[in-house]
Design a protein around this ligand. Structure first.
Ligand code: NDP
Length: 322
């Protein structure tokens, strides 16, 4: 596995990381253990979770499964922002919530420090200065080593860097946006801003939640056992995407190109993210060991001549509203 610096920091991370969103706390524990073991075996020592994933459940399972491993060999990232209960202070990016959230995450993850603490969304209700001072204090206390953002706009990232400089707090080292062949909204502003500011990128939903794997078919019900068939899935992305002919036209063109190139479509989709933004790391949402193993070669895929251009053509069209 190849490692690179995350943003303008000294932290080195693999080009692929294991995500834990709708997977780790929902699959049988033996399968979850297999996923973590297969990740580590492939050199994937970087794990992304969040307090809100199954209300602490994903952090708990991850903490249990990482406990036997040497802490210094792991890079553990979590997030805070989304409500964890009905309590009005149990959410957002206030100083109170960030401190309480870090303590709860450390407990669930069975660790003394977080390598990366990410703000899951921008919080318009808390002064950004308060948030940045709080993370600066958490860093000074050694509970957090680096901080990052998720789904922040280019202008929010610019202001965060300026304020951090003014307050003498380290800048964010990463932004975590959605990025895949169907969702390219970051290419216009966020990607250039991160490049300019030296902020690293962690891409979520690289397979468009499975749509780019070829397992779904136009006009057919999602296959049993897939995320699309799971009534507990979160958000309406898959419903909207599976019902859109505009999406299907692009997906079918991509699947045909993958077939012609002899590359599994899921591998092509992950490799495409890294081709478009080589400084990024892709968060894998594998729910089974075989899925993870299939995706690992995406980090080193050779690009046959003309494939990237052909994909650009296949994906051409107005931005999809997903
Ligand atoms: P993906 O787009 O990769 O979708 C994951 C789904 O794809 C899985 O549920 C699995 O489906 C399917 N899949 C994965 N690998 C394969 C394969 N090789 N063959 C066939 N199907 C496959 O990623 P996610 O949407 O899950 O996001 C990845 C990670 O990003 C999350 O775990 C989380 O850490 C992070 N994330 C962050 C967000 C944020 O707001 N910051 C939001 C969302 C995710 P199935 O279950 O059908 O088998």
């Amino acid at each position: 596995m190849e490692y690179h610096a995350l943003g303008r920091s000294g932290l080195r991370v693999p080009r692929l990381a294991l995500g834990t969103w709708l997977t780790l706390a929902r699959i049988p524990r033996a399968e979850a253990a297999g996923l973590v073991a297969a990740a580590l075996e492939a050199g994937i020592n970087f794990f992304d979770t969040a307090d809100v994933y199954d209300r602490g459940g994903a952090e708990e399972v991850l903490g249990e499964l990482l406990a036997p491993h040497r802490r210094e060999h792991l890079v553990v990232a979590t997030k805070a922002f989304h409500p964890m209960s009905d309590d009005p202070n149990d959410r957002g990016l206030s100083r109170k919530h960030l401190f309480e959230s870090v303590h709860a995450s450390l407990r669930r993850l069975r660790t003394d420090y977080l390598d990366l603490f990410q703000f899951h969304r921008f919080d318009p209700e808390t002064p950004l200065e308060e948030t940045i001072r709080a993370v600066g204090d958490l860093i000074r206390q050694g509970k957090v080593l680096y901080w990052g953002t998720s789904m922040w706009s280019a202008s929010q990232l610019r202001v965060a860097c300026r304020l951090a400089d003014e307050l003498g707090v380290p800048r964010p080292i990463s932004e975590q946006p959605r990025f895949n062949m169907l969702c390219r909204e970051i290419e216009a502003e966020v990607l250039p801003a991160c490049r300019e500011l030296g902020i690293g990128l962690l891409f979520w939903s690289p397979l468009a939640q499975g749509l780019l794997t070829g397992k779904y078919r136009r006009g057919q019900a999602p296959p049993a056992g897939s995320r699309g068939a799971d009534p507990r899935r979160v958000g309406q992305f898959l419903d909207r995407a599976l019902a859109s002919d505009e999406v299907w036209d692009r997906v079918e063109r991509v699947l045909a190109l993958a077939d012609r190139a002899g590359v599994p479509p899921a591998v092509l989709a992950v490799a495409w993210c890294l081709r478009r933004a080589p400084e990024g790391t892709v968060l894998l949402g594998a729910s089974r060991v075989e899925q993870l193993r299939e995706l690992v070669p995406a980090a080193t895929m050779d690009w046959p001549e003309g494939l990237e251009e052909a994909l650009e053509e296949a994906l051409a069209g107005p931005p999809l509203k997903l």
